[in-house]
Ligand binder design. Structure first.
Ligand SMILES: C[S@@+](CC[C@H](N)C(=O)[O-])C[C@H]1O[C@@H](n2cnc3c(N)ncnc32)[C@H](O)[C@@H]1O
Length: 276
């Protein structure tokens, strides 16, 4: 078995274990939140949905386009893209829990004619060159064993002129490296690039970077707001998954929130494959 297969299987297990509570808590979106300030009273699911909307907006989608959601989680973002932009979405993930949950979500939302979920490893995809008009990678590149290789593979499956947008964490301060290491281990991050390094990775894969945003202060910087919002769901999570699962979930948050709030940024990068 190659290193990539072992790695992807381990990542799949990681999400099989973590996604059920995340799916419940954040309504099928396993990514970060976005709050404007501490007075912003958007509920957690809405704050999380803002990230899907922000990243999707940068893709400039047109009805009928073929979109690859690379690392689709439990499917809420793919369903949102299909319903709001009239696109056809293929969602891939290495977690079997997520595939089942995403398929349930597609059925419940009546979009099975436009949305397909399947097992797929972005380190080596089965799709022919130029299969997609756009690729979305919402907090999924963070688990890539080799970022440039994965970005090159996503470049390959895009048609010339096709677009990619991804969002992910960035390193903002190298002070207190033990805190950052804990964060990376908890999330199974192979690398934690700075915004500049993210852009360079995309460029080395062949992309022309067209837009980038650093919104870390409104994302990781609002971690206290998230903790408070998550605690409001404590009883329903315990009722559904049990006290032990809730305790384990809380323990994992200690690693996730180990860095100081200005140590971890959040970037959205949008780029194009040259040509038309
Ligand atoms: C933090 S979750 C984000 C999920 C989803 N994009 C969202 O925002 O809700 C990371 C996702 O990346 C996926 N992923 C990680 N490694 C992958 C790989 N090698 N190939 C495909 N997907 C992968 C995981 O299965 C998971 O769905």
């Amino acid at each position: 078995m190659t290193r990539e297969l072992i790695d992807s299987a381990a990542i799949g297990t990681h999400y099989d274990e973590r996604s059920p509570i995340g799916d419940e808590l954040r309504n099928g979106q396993l990514h970060m939140w976005y709050w404007y300030d501490n007075e912003d009273d958007a509920p957690l699911a809405d704050a999380v949905h803002r990230i899907s909307r922000k990243v999707a907006e940068t893709l400039g989608l047109r009805p009928g386009e073929r979109v690859l959601d690379a690392g689709c989680g439990p499917g809420e973002t793919a369903v949102f893209l299909a319903r709001n932009y009239g696109v056809k979405v293929t969602g891939i993930t290495v977690s079997s829990f997520e595939i089942d949950k995403a398929n349930e979500r597609a059925v419940a939302n009546g979009v099975t004619d436009r949305v397909t979920f399947e097992y797929g490893d972005y380190t080596g995809l089965d799709y022919p060159d130029g299969s997609f008009d756009a690729v979305l990678a919402l907090e999924s590149l963070q688990n890539a064993p080799d970022l440039e290789r994965v970005l090159s593979e996503l470049f390959r499956v895009l048609r010339p002129g096709g677009r990619i947008s991804f969002s992910d964490f960035s390193l903002e301060s190298e002070a207190e490296p033990a805190r950052v290491k804990r964060f990376m281990n908890t999330l199974k991050l192979r690398e934690l690039p700075t915004l500049t390094q993210w852009i360079e990775h995309a460029q080395r894969a062949g992309f022309e970077v067209e837009e980038y945003t650093q919104c870390g202060p409104r994302v990781f910087g609002k971690k206290s707001k998230y903790i408070k919002a998550a605690m409001d769901h404590r009883d329903s999570i315990a009722a559904k998954f049990g006290e032990e699962a809730l305790a384990e979930f809380s323990r994992r948050h200690l690693g996730f929130f180990a860095p100081r709030k200005d140590q971890i940024g959040y970037v959205i990068v949008s780029a194009r494959k040259p040509g038309r």
